[in-house]
Ligand binder design. Sequence first.
Ligand code: COA
Length: 157
Amino acid sequence: MSSEQTAHKVSVDLMQRTDLPEILAIERVSFPSPWTEGMFLDELRIPQAQKWVVKIQIDGKSLIGAYIVFWLVADEAHLHNLAVRKEFRRHGLAYNLLQLMKQTAAQMGIAKRTLEVRASNQPAIGLYRKCGFVIKGRRPKYYTDTNEDALIMWADG
Ligand SMILES: CC(C)(COP(=O)(O)OP(=O)(O)OC[C@H]1O[C@@H](n2cnc3c(N)ncnc32)[C@H](O)[C@@H]1OP(=O)(O)O)[C@@H](O)C(=O)NCCC(=O)NCCS
């Protein structure tokens, strides 16, 4: 997505099983403990799980630029996964996927949204603040891989 490159077609589609190899590659460079194929397959089977991918047409190829998984449960939306391919970061893809989460939840009459984030993940915390989330709690040493705390963030409305 450099400035020399021109007009990319961007679409948001339902996540498919065939997207998983690309998604797993993004997972591996994005998280200390990436989700496995089995975890994504479970999400694909669960009706209350919303799973969307951003596809970008670039140089005649379609690439997955980003994806989101969230659940709509009772009167709350829970973010479960969100990542952006490294070369497409800082172009608003994650912001737009969180807007999609907000709008999808609103269509079901759901305003409250929540997530957990590693306390050291400043890019994600900055993103969530921009989307109206505020820190409401902390789970000490929640992430056993790094012994890191989780911050619990909420947005409403
Ligand atoms: C966090 C992540 C999803 C952000 O995706 P993105 O598409 O680059 O984010 P956006 O371009 O939509 O950024 C929106 C806002 O988030 C904040 N932000 C995003 N990346 C940031 C960074 N590296 N440093 C500081 N703030 C950042 C900024 O406020 C930004 O607004 P601005 O560009 O107007 O300053 C991406 O860096 C990523 O995939 N990280 C690895 C996976 C991850 O941590 N997922 C979240 C798990 S809880």
